[in-house]
Design a protein around this ligand. Structure first.
Ligand code: NAD
Length: 342
């Protein structure tokens, strides 16, 4: 069978990362019909918007997308295309696994944490305005029972399906008593339906400290939007950095896969950055499509290349100016070669 997938190269380093990923996914033998769609800063002039409606239509039609990162101007300019896609398609869960692979530079060799982040509300609703321009500004943070419940339920279902032992709800309900208080009380209610999965909660600042000191004590974390974004970057740092951190945006029957990292624009077009995070996002997509065997082969090949440590990008070498670094394309070549020789 052939899978019809919307392919969004994105901008900055996105196109080269997505191209590397496309080649690895095709090398698994799974058949894809890619529907290439342009979005991001580079298409503003052409379409007058960084997110043409055709992109959303394509994902709605195919139900599955693979996406490179897209730049969001800081402070001014257009709003995040990434957030807009998640909201428009109601992709309410942002799944971000952080798992140690032998060969990455890390203080710990047994981290296996999965962040389940609420993806459609909270501070990312972006409801904000100037109260007095230049003096005061206000943002509205909405937390609802509906959005909290469905993401917490996702976390517990994920824990069950993947033989995970524990779900930890991350919040700031001591200070944000109404909003995070609601999130926490919904999490406690949902936990009652899953007596086979341990449940606990942590205040987000303490959570960050605990993750740095004792990350192996944690398993599945479920969080409101902003905390999940921050905590998942922290976890990426614990397992080798943003270059190896995959992600998925999942709704009831649509999913878009993308790395945790951004467009790293200073490296755009240099064939320099690590394709692992985007390729692992593609591996998550293979699992979502039910292609478990292909997913395992691709993941094993990535693991083998990283464990060997030869054909890896600058961020995975002991020093950044290591003369043996390879580029994005060459690392993908090595992963394909490892898959073919397995
Ligand atoms: P970034 O993740 O793009 O890069 C931060 C740093 O992480 C880089 O300078 C680089 O040192 C490292 N890095 C990132 N990806 C890497 C890779 N594949 N290999 C090796 N090193 C890598 O974060 P930023 O600089 O804060 O953001 C740049 C732009 O990306 C911003 O416009 C931001 O809004 C956007 N962004 C997009 C997404 C998305 O598309 N989902 C996510 C986060 C940020």
């Amino acid at each position: 069978m052939t899978y019809h997938v919307t392919l969004i190269p994105g901008d900055g380093t996105g196109p080269e990362l997505v191209e590397a990923t496309r080649r690895v996914l095709e090398a698994t033998g799974v058949s894809f019909d890619w529907d290439m769609q342009e979005a991001g800063a580079d298409v503003m002039d052409k379409y007058g918007t960084p997110l043409p409606e055709a992109v959303l239509d394509s994902i709605r039609k195919n139900r599955v997308g693979l996406k490179g990162p897209i730049t969001t101007p800081v402070g001014t300019g257009f709003r995040s295309v990434n957030v807009a896609i998640r909201k428009a398609l109601d992709l309410y869960t942002n799944l971000r696994p952080a798992k140690y692979m032998q060969g990455v530079r890390s203080r710990y060799d047994d981290i296996d944490v999965v962040i389940v982040r609420e993806n459609t509300e909270g501070l990312y609703a972006g409801i904000e305005h100037d109260v007095i321009p230049g003096e005061a500004a206000e943002t509205i943070r909405i937390i609802t029972r509906k959005c909290s419940e469905r993401v917490v339920r996702f976390a517990f279902e994920y824990a069950r399906d993947n033989n995970r032992r524990k779900v930890t709800a991350v919040h700031k309900a001591n200070i944000l008593k109404a909003t995070d208080g609601l999130f926490l009380s919904v999490a406690r209610e949902v936990a009652q339906d899953y007596p086979d999965v341990e449940f606990e909660d942590r205040i987000v600042d303490n959570m960050c400290m605990q993750l740095v000191q004792r990350p192996t004590e944690y398993d599945v974390l479920v969080t409101p939007n902003l905390y999940g974004d921050i905590v998942s970057d922290l976890c990426s740092g614990l397992v080798g950095g943003l270059g190896v951190a995959p992600g998925a945006n999942i709704g009831d029957d649509i999913a878009v896969f993308e790395p945790v990292h951004g467009s790293a624009p200073k490296y755009a077009g240099q064939n320099k950055v690590n394709p692992t995070a985007t390729i692992l996002s593609g591996v998550l997509m293979l699992r979502y499509l039910g292609e478990r065997e292909a997913a395992d082969r691709a993941r094993n090949a990535i693991a083998a290349v990283i464990a060997e440590g030869k054909s890896v990008t600058y961020d995975m070498k002991p020093t950044r100016d290591d003369p043996t670094v390879v580029g994005t394309k060459e690392m993908a070549d090595a992963i394909i070669a490892a898959m073919n020789s397995a």
